[in-house]
Design a protein around this ligand. Structure first.
Ligand code: MTE
Ligand code: MO
Length: 272
């Protein structure tokens, strides 16, 4: 992610028509409105303005139409790209990360904390000993490229079941090791972070991945652990993950938008 500002508006514009169709289908399938009713609704200026605010709509419409449990497409071994592209941070400059990298990540720990009954910490060996899932999926970056890769990791659901989120936990925040804006200036933390709701957190294909294409994750792609959130765009897939934090709201975290790129104008819900 080299460009300072994402092309958010162009992106939203290209996605609006399918969302509009999706919403109309959803309204019709709810049985509360006939298609004619939907047409009337979509000719109503106020309602069309609601449609135009794609961000607020997309989360709900996606939920109704596709069902949040629907699977992202999985591919076959023959589809796997020879080289999975790296993007954003490729080698974190942070000194702590460098020490960990030089140690072959043998002391890396993944914490699970925040609103949980049992705060936990896992070593890579512990994670690798857990039941795993392998999936071949297509990664779509908002910058306009895609790569198909084979991921292996622990389902986030498995870790959450162990940590036991409290009833008021609504989101999972992923904390990462890489500072985006250089070394902390005046104590300002610019480390990458992301968040998802519990529907995505418990989704079958949501993994804490440690292997890419049958090998330990390369540093470029997030070694030693990165998230896969297959129903959403690339920037949701946090790399270099150090902590999974359950929260009721992310309003008090950094600029309050739920992620590093969200704080810089991206949509929080990046469904594909
Ligand atoms: N920690 C961290 N996670 C990150 C990023 C980053 O810069 N730092 N970039 C995001 C973006 S925009 C994309 S497209 C993917 C890129 O993953 P890749 O390097 O494996 O292709 O990681 C996402 N997760
Ligand atoms: Mo991206």
């Amino acid at each position: 992610m080299n460009a300072a500002k994402p092309i958010v508006s162009g992106h939203a514009r290209t996605r609006t028509p399918s969302r509009r169709t999706a919403l109309r289908t959803a309204l019709a399938s709810l049985g509360t409105l006939s298609l004619a009713g939907c047409d009337k609704l979509s000719n109503n200026e106020g309602f069309v303005n609601v449609l135009k605010s794609a961000e607020r709509l997309s989360h709900g419409a996606h939920r109704i139409v596709a069902g949040r449990k629907a699977m992202a497409q999985e591919f076959s071994q023959a589809d796997v790209a020879a080289h999975f592209k790296g993007n954003g941070t490729l080698v974190p400059a942070d000194p702590e990360y460098h020490v960990a990298m030089q140690n072959g990540f043998k002391d890396w720990a993944l914490e699970v904390g925040g609103l949980v009954d049992k705060p936990l910490s896992f070593s890579l060996a512990e994670l690798r000993a857990m039941p795993s899932r392998t999936q071949i999926t297509r990664h779509d970056c908002v910058e306009g490229w895609s790569s198909i890769g084979k991921w292996k990791g622990v389902q986030l659901a498995h870790l959450l079941q162990m940590a036991q989120p409290k009833p008021n936990a609504k989101f999972v925040v992923f904390r990462c090791a890489d500072s985006m804006d250089g070394p902390p200036v005046g104590g300002r933390d610019s480390r990458y972070y992301e968040s998802v709701d519990l529907d995505d957190a418990y989704h079958v294909q949501t993994l804490i991945a440690y292997d890419l294409n049958d090998k330990p994750l390369p540093v470029n792609n997030g070694a030693p652990l990165r998230v896969r959130i297959e129903r959403q765009l690339g920037y949701k897939h946090a790399k270099y993950v150090t902590k999974i934090e359950l929260v009721e709201s992310f309003a008090d975290i950094r600029d309050g938008k739920g992620g590093y790129w969200e704080d810089n104008g991206y949509e929080w819900y990046a469904g594909i």
